[in-house]
Design a protein around this ligand. Structure first.
Ligand code: 2P0
Length: 329
């Protein structure tokens, strides 16, 4: 295949896990130790262009207008290498990626970034890969990115010994259930301990690691049934426990990893008070201080208003289920 000027653009959206992934298997290639279930979000996107170019001596990665090197370039090149291996393309690529949502918004940009990269790079290489192969390609670079390849409600099973391929699958389309995720942003500012590093440290040093790995699958199954049945009251307690158990394992590491700020705790208490007052919503928290509330679509604005009144909450973002990654037409 001639690769002088092959390019493609892809769009992908962030996702929020309702049943959390935290920890990798000690074997295999980037296999998650627990199953996870997420909702892909509309309204926010990563747009990535990949151009294979004979004139390049090395891969180039431009993120939000600035050239990136080091670990992020290594991860991008690793995914490109896997695409190159499937073709006879030996040329390097220029990758330009931009997010239309702020990096400190509490929405993981690596999930949408690597999902968009997998889709754009394979299209630029002239490959017509199905969703499962694209999801597996993204998963090898970042586990949560496997889920952003798919739209709506998405599951990713835990890896097991001998697994080669492990793609995420869509369990329900975006319009299956009218829910919203209200993000209560509690800090604009520097990044926390990165997820890959934080989960590795948790797995290696937390006395709660075994309990987390043992209990996470049952929580995942409860979340999965609740999504299929569109039952907010059934899913909610499992969503909250999944997030808090993940954080409890991280907090118990040596030294402990605490992603919460004071505003995070205020927001947790506010969600619980809100429920007592009759407005139903359940919280989840990722590797950062922001609190995200799962609620009915019709209640989203009232929940956002409630969260904005919490001391330390700076602003809110309301997101709804959205599509998987796709080539820009
Ligand atoms: C999740 N997180 O399920 C969990 C909950 C953060 C907290 O997946 O090492 O960037 O690239 O596989 O996918 C973020 O971790 O980690 C994440 P790697 P990733 O959404």
């Amino acid at each position: 295949m001639k690769a002088s000027s092959q390019s493609a653009v892809a769009i992908a959206h962030p996702n929020i896990a309702l049943a959390k992934y935290w920890g990798k298997r000690p074997y295999g290639h980037n296999l998650p130790a627990v199953p996870s279930l997420s909702v892909t979000l509309a309204g926010m996107a990563t747009r990535t262009k990949v151009a294979f170019d004979d004139a390049l001596a090395e891969d180039v990665f431009v993120l939000n207008g600035s050239e990136a090197r080091g670990e992020s370039l290594t991860r991008v090149s690793g995914l490109l290498d896997r695409i190159r291996k499937r073709t006879d393309i030996g040329t390097k690529a220029r990758v330009e990626s931009a997010n239309d949502f702020p990096t400190a918004s509490g929405l993981a940009s690596s999930a949408s970034a690597f999902a968009a990269l997998a889709v754009a790079a394979s299209a630029a290489a002239g490959l017509d890969l199905d969703r499962a192969v694209l999801s597996d390609l993204a998963r090898r670079t970042s586990v949560s990115a496997a889920r952003s390849v798919l739209g709506g409600f998405v599951e990713l099973r835990a890896g097991k010994e001998g697994d080669e391929d492990l793609p995420a699958t869509e369990i329900a389309a975006p319009n299956h259930w009218d829910v919203a995720i209200v993000v209560a942003v509690t800090r604009e500012g520097p990044k926390d301990v990165g997820s890959s590093e934080g989960m590795k440290h948790t797995m290696q040093t937390s006395p709660y690691t075994d309990a987390w790995i043992e209990r996470a699958p049952a929580l995942f199954e409860r979340v999965r049934s609740g999504v299929i049945d569109r039952d907010l009251s059934a899913i909610g307690p499992a969503v909250e426990q999944s997030a808090l158990m993940m954080h409890a394992a991280a907090i118990a590491a040596d030294p402990g990893i605490l992603y919460f700020t004071g505003a995070t705790v205020e927001a947790i208490n506010a969600v619980r008070k809100m429920r007592k007052d009759g407005l139903e919503g359940y919280l989840t928290i990722d590797a950062g201080p922001h609190v995200k509330v799962l609620t009915r679509g019709a209640d989203a604005e009232r929940v956002a208003e409630t969260m904005r009144a919490v001391p330390g909450v700076l602003r809110t973002i309301v997101a709804r289920p959205g599509p998987g990654a796709h080539v820009e037409s």
